[in-house]
Structure formats: structure tokens, C-alpha cells
Design a protein around this ligand. Structure first.
Ligand code: PLP
Length: 281
């Protein structure tokens, strides 16, 4: 069955969902996006995603495409029309379509809003049982990684490098320190403490990271917000990544170095369990 997608206020069969070739998202990557998980037909961490969307739009001086209530209704309607039980909703807002010029359009243009669903196995993800492998790669991105823009070429190249090396994710490295994954936040566990880079313009403030912090605190797991080096990661007791579509994902190998004997460790397994319980799995 073809999906129903959302394009500028209309619900359409996916083959009919189209945007202008003059759209600034297409020409300049002048747009932002959010990905929210759906478990048992319910959105996970949705308010945090909408809060971050508002921040991304404000940082790029872009208008909201519609009211927050209309966005909520759009998410609910896409779940309903596509009978989505488990998967993700992708939504994107761009500055709209206008004659090509780098500066913002002089006349007011309507932002473009599109959204679609993608069914995925999030809860019983087999990767979570085995754990995944990551490689490290230089961080080639710009200086405003805190804004969730669709300008993702460095992440595309990093992820492709990981796949070509038989790995699941690439951890990007700047000045010897891990920043984050190409589409996830990065953590190591040492002596029972969860270590991850603090928030700044150098990484995206993950919504799953935020939820994980709350769950870890409730569980009594100490969090240390600081940079860690690649060498520290090789010597970690455990490692993991977080994102809306992977939740808390154990890592068992970094650049060929086995972590925790090559098995997901107890701290990460517990945190994933807690996350799944809260997501209503
Ligand atoms: N960091 C980057 C670069 C990302 O692209 C993502 C998600 O796509 C994340 C972190 C994780 O963010 P979230 O947990 O909100 O999905």
C-alpha cells in the first residue's frame, strides 16, 4: 500500500508528493527537520522535538510553517492514515520557493512543510542484542551543528564510510576528541559513569540524549559531561549511541577495538530497557 504523505497542507499518495525545483531546501539546504519515533502508534519524546524545531527555526530566522497545534494534528493524522504502529515520522520545513539568490527572499514566501512516515523495527531491533560497530572519521561539518538543518553531506559521507567498513555508525572526531555520530550522540561508560560531550554549537542536542539523562539520573547512574578522546573510547568499559530511531544502542567495537569484551554491557542494557519502558514498548 502506498504511503500517504503531507505536502504543504495536503495529504497525498506518496507518488503525488512534490515540491518546487526552486525550493530553497533543494537549492541551498536552507531548511530544518525533525524525526520522531512512534511506538505502538504513539509518538516518543514529541514535545522535545517540537521545542528543538522552534529553536532551529529561530536560529535561521525562519517562520513556523503553521501553528504548533496544526503540526500536532499532522503527526496524528499521518500515524492514522498510514496505520503506523512502529517507525518514524520525518518532517521538514524550508524557507520556501523563490528565484535563486543566496540572501533571504525579499518578498514574503510561504515556508515549505513536508512530512512522511517510515515503518521501522525500533523496539526489537536485532542490533540492540548484538551491539554495533563504529569507525572514527574526521568531523567535516560546519560550526553550527546545534541547528538541525538538512545540510547533511558530511554525515552522508561519514555514514557511507562506516557501511563500507562493515560498521553501523561513524563517530566524528575533532582535535582528537569525539564530537558525535553522523546521526546520533556518542557516549562511553567508564567505572560506571556515563561520559558524553556537553552541549554547545559543536553537537546536536539530541532529544534522546535529554531523555537518557533523566532516566540515568533516576537510576543513579552518574553522568559526566565532558569531551573524550578516541583512545579513551577504545579503553572504555561500555559505549553506546542515542537517536530518535535507535533509542539507546550498545556499541561493541570502535575502529576494530572490542569494547566490553564485544558484548553490550550492563549499564547500557539497563538504560535501553528503561528507555523502552518509558516509550511504551
Ligand atoms: N546528532 C546528530 C548529528 C543527529 O543527526 C542526531 C539525530 O538525527 C542526533 C545527534 C540524535 O538526536 P535525537 O536523539 O534527537 O534523534
Amino acid at each position: 500500500m502506498a504511503r500517504t504523505v503531507f505536502v504543504n497542507g495536503e495529504y497525498l499518495p506518496e507518488s503525488e508528493g512534490k515540491v518546487s525545483i526552486f525550493d530553497r531546501g533543494f537549492l541551498f539546504a536552507d531548511g530544518v527537520y525533525e524525526v520522531s519515533a512512534v511506538v505502538n502508534g504513539k509518538l516518543v519524546d514529541y514535545p522535545a522535538h517540537m521545542e528543538r524545531l522552534g529553536r532551529s527555526l529561530a536560529e535561521l530566522r525562519m517562520d513556523w510553517p503553521c501553528t504548533r497545534e496544526a503540526l500536532d494534528a499532522m503527526h496524528a493524522e499521518l500515524i492514522r492514515r498510514n496505520s503506523l504502529s512502529e517507525g518514524i515520522i520525518y518532517m521538514q520545513v524550508t524557507r520556501g520557493a523563490a528565484d535563486r539568490a543566496f540572501n533571504f527572499p525579499k518578498d514574503k514566501v510561504k515556508p515549505t512543510l513536508i512530512a512522511f512516515t517510515q515503518p521501522m523495527k525500533l523496539v526489537d531491533n536485532p542490533n540492540a542484542i548484538t551491539g554495533v560497530k563504529v569507525v572514527t572519521t574526521p568531523d567535516l561539518r560546519w560550526a553550527r551543528r546545534d541547528i538541525k538543518t538538512v545540510m547533511l553531506l558530511a554525515s552522508v559521507l561519514g555514514k557511507q564510510e562506516a557501511y563500507e567498513k562493515g560498521c553501523h555508525e561513524a563517530w566524528m572526531v575533532e582535535d582528537g576528541f569525539v564530537t558525535e555520530g553522523t546521526s546520533s550522540n556518542a557516549y562511553i561508560v567508564k567505572d560506571g559513569k556515563l561520559i558524553t560531550r556537553g552541549l554547545s554549537n559543536e553537537i546536536l542536542a539530541g532529544c534522546t540524549r535529554r531523555a537518557l539523562f533523566r532516566l540515568a539520573k533516576e537510576e543513579g547512574v552518574e553522568i559526566v559531561e565532558r569531551k573524550f578522546t578516541v583512545e579513551e573510547a577504545y579503553a572504555a568499559d561500555e559505549a553506546c549511541l542515542t537517536s530518535a530511531s535507535q533509542f539507546v544502542m550498545p556499541i561493541v567495537e570502535i575502529d576494530g577495538h572490542r569494547i566490553g569484551g564485544g558484548q553490550p554491557g550492563p549499564v547500557v542494557r539497563k538504560l535501553r530497557e528503561l528507555f523502552l519502558a518509558e516509550a511504551g514498548a
